[in-house]
Structures are given as structure tokens and as C-alpha cells.
Design a protein around this ligand. Structure first.
Ligand SMILES: [Mg+2]
Length: 359
């Protein structure tokens, strides 16, 4: 196991994100209790402003209940384009400091700033600069948690909201976690917290008294996780999302192919295989690329970008035939054919949307 104190992790979380964007863009909402999403008689609240939270309004709450708790609550229609724009702005700020950025949703990310592009030793200083830059560029506030692992950084960012900056130093972590109510532990949900309460576990201190086998007996494999986090141990790395640029497939032939009809057959088989792969990756794209390798190992590629999204082999097979015909391979022997789809639009942006609502 690596030493605990070697990483410098920041968790950044925008404050009441959707609601704050709406209040920023519409002066009539400023200082008022607003709920984004839903209406007074249907749907759920996606985000509530701090003024609404005073009344007990929370995200994921049925709107009817929210309206009952706060009769003068203003329901505002969500504008995802606006939220995505801000999301992009804050990510660009993060990347000015480090490439180790792991977004959790539109408005939240882990950053590993142990080595950072500004050469700053202090992660606290980095967090201050990022917060200031976010405010300057978006007129919105973020809360930051700074610590030596993801678990603690995440708890820290939530500790001081809104506009918070909470630091948990290695030598403070264990004592901090001892006094923390069990439901404040990230990863311990409502149901687990209730179960812990019935076991007389209400704080980190209570949890730490329990032996590992006992926790495993009560909570299965997660018991080990609880055993570790209450000791401030979390070895998960910050994993930057690698955005997939293309989905492709290729085959090398047993025997080199010169017969044009045999090539077409292979191309059709490739088209079908690509469709399966595209579906598995929940990808859609606009550019189809054909790759041809000849017996002499020369490789050529030909691409076509369609004006609309290509999703099935019926969309790209005719295009692939055209690319093959245009490549003027004449009588040359072909060793390998490849087909790939790029200029992708993946499902992940929708995924982030749903993750946010489930939060
Ligand atoms: Mg947030």
C-alpha cells in the first residue's frame, strides 16, 4: 500500500448548480426560493436554491411536496444547454491546473494536483485559485474539499457549503472522521445509515470500534470499505475520463484478397460487426473510415463525413462501398480491411445528466 499522505486531491462541487445558474441569468429569481424542474403539481425537483432549502425543499423531491413545504416556491424550467456551457467552462479551468480530472457529473470533479501545471506546492492554494477563477468566469460559487484521498476530499467539499473551502490534513483525518455523523460519510446511504443506527453506530467513533469480521458479517464486502474509510484509507486513483474518439473493427485475411466481390463480402461482414460494436458502446457518429492494408503493407484510409448521424450498418455500408470503389485498388492484393466510425456522440453526456438526478 502507498503511503497515505502522498496525494493532493481536490473535490470541486458547484453550489446548488442548476438553481444558481437560473438565479444568475434571471434577476427576478435572485434571493428567491426556486426549484429547477417539475411544476407545482407534477414532476420532481432537480435542484433547489438555498432560499428553497431553508424550507426543506431538496433535489429529487416530488414537486407537489416541495410546493407544500414552500408555498411561494418558484418553479423554473431546466435549461441544459446553459448548464453544459458552465460545465465546460469549469472543466477548462480544471485542465489549466492538471490533466488528472475525473468528472462525477456536470458540476463536480476530482482533481489530483500532487503535480500541477502551475508548479504549486500547496493544494489549498490551488483550490483557492480555482474557486476564484470559477467565480470570475461564471459568476457562480463552488465549494472545494482538499485532502489526501478522494473519500476525504469529497466529504470536505460538502462540509462547508456554499462557497466553502475545507481542508482535511493527514494528521487531522482520523479525529475528524471520529466525530462525523455516520450519514455524512460519503458512500453510506440512507438505508445503510439506518441499519448502522440500529447497531448503535451513529458516529465515526462508533464505527471504528467495530472489528473487521463484524462489519463484513453485517454489510458484506462493503463492510471492509467502511472499515477502511473510517480510518481515512482510500487508495482509489483520480481517473481521467478518456473520451472515446472512434469505434472500429478490422480483419486480417488468411489469404490476400484480389477478387472485388470477395472484398465486398468482407466489407459487408465488417459493417455488421461494426454495428454490434457501435451499439455496445452506445455510440453514434458521422464519419465512416475505411482502412486498407495491401500485401506490401502499405496502408491507405478513406473517410466520409455524413451530414447526419450514422447508427446502423444500413447507414454506412453503402458509404463504405463507395469509399472502397474510390480507393482505386484495382488488382492489388488486400491483406486487411478495417472500418471505423468517428465524430462520435456518446451517451455519456446523458449519463451525467441522470447521475446528477440520482445524486
Ligand atoms: Mg453540486
Amino acid at each position: 500500500m502507498p503511503p497515505l499522505s502522498i496525494r493532493k486531491i481536490i473535490h470541486i462541487d458547484m453550489d446548488a448548480f442548476f438553481a444558481s445558474v437560473e438565479q444568475r441569468d434571471n434577476p427576478a429569481y435572485q434571493g428567491k426560493p426556486i426549484a429547477v424542474g417539475g411544476s407545482s403539481h407534477r414532476g420532481v425537483v432537480a435542484a433547489a436554491s438555498y432560499e428553497a432549502r431553508v424550507f426543506g425543499v431538496r433535489s429529487a423531491m416530488p414537486s407537489v411536496k416541495a410546493a407544500r413545504l414552500c408555498p411561494h416556491l418558484i418553479f423554473v424550467k431546466s435549461r441544459f444547454d446553459a448548464y453544459r456551457t458552465v460545465s465546460q467552462q469549469i472543466r477548462e479551468i480544471f485542465f489549466q491546473y492538471t490533466d488528472l480530472v475525473e468528472p462525477l457529473s456536470l458540476d463536480e470533479a476530482y482533481l489530483d494536483v500532487t503535480e500541477n501545471k502551475k508548479g504549486l506546492k500547496s493544494a489549498i492554494r490551488v483550490a483557492q485559485l480555482i474557486k476564484a477563477q470559477i467565480l470570475e468566469e461564471t459568476q457562480l460559487t463552488a465549494s472545494a474539499g482538499v485532502s489526501y484521498n478522494k473519500f476525504l476530499a469529497k466529504i470536505a467539499s460538502d462540509y462547508d457549503k456554499p462557497n466553502g473551502l475545507k481542508v482535511i490534513l493527514p494528521q487531522e483525518a482520523v479525529a475528524f472522521l471520529e466525530t462525523l455523523p455516520i450519514e455524512k460519510f460519503h458512500g453510506i446511504g440512507r438505508v445503510t445509515a439506518q441499519k448502522m443506527h440500529t447497531l448503535q453506530i451513529t458516529t465515526g467513533r462508533d464505527l471504528k470500534k467495530r472489528a473487521l469480521p463484524e462489519l463484513v458479517r453485517y454489510f458484506g464486502k462493503t463492510g471492509r470499505h467502511y472499515y477502511q474509510i473510517v480510518r481515512g484509507e482510500d487508495y482509489r486513483e483520480v481517473k481521467p475520463h478518456r473520451i472515446r474518439k472512434s469505434v472500429g473493427i478490422e480483419t486480417t485475411f488468411f489469404r490476400d484478397i484480389t477478387d472485388p466481390e470477395a472484398l465486398l463480402e468482407e466489407l459487408e461482414a465488417l459493417s455488421v460487426s461494426l454495428e454490434e460494436r457501435v451499439r455496445r458502446n452506445q455510440a453514434r457518429g458521422r464519419t465512416i473510415t475505411l482502412k486498407i492494408k495491401f500485401t506490401d503493407f502499405q496502408v491507405i484510409t478513406r473517410s466520409y463525413t455524413a451530414p447526419r448521424l450514422l447508427t446502423t450498418s444500413a447507414d454506412w455500408y453503402p458509404l463504405a462501398i463507395r469509399l472502397l470503389n474510390d480507393s482505386e485498388i484495382s488488382q492489388r492484393a488486400v491483406r486487411l480491411l478495417g472500418l471505423s466510425l468517428s465524430s462520435l456522440i456518446t451517451q455519456s453526456s446523458n449519463q451525467l445528466y441522470f447521475d446528477f438526478f440520482l445524486d
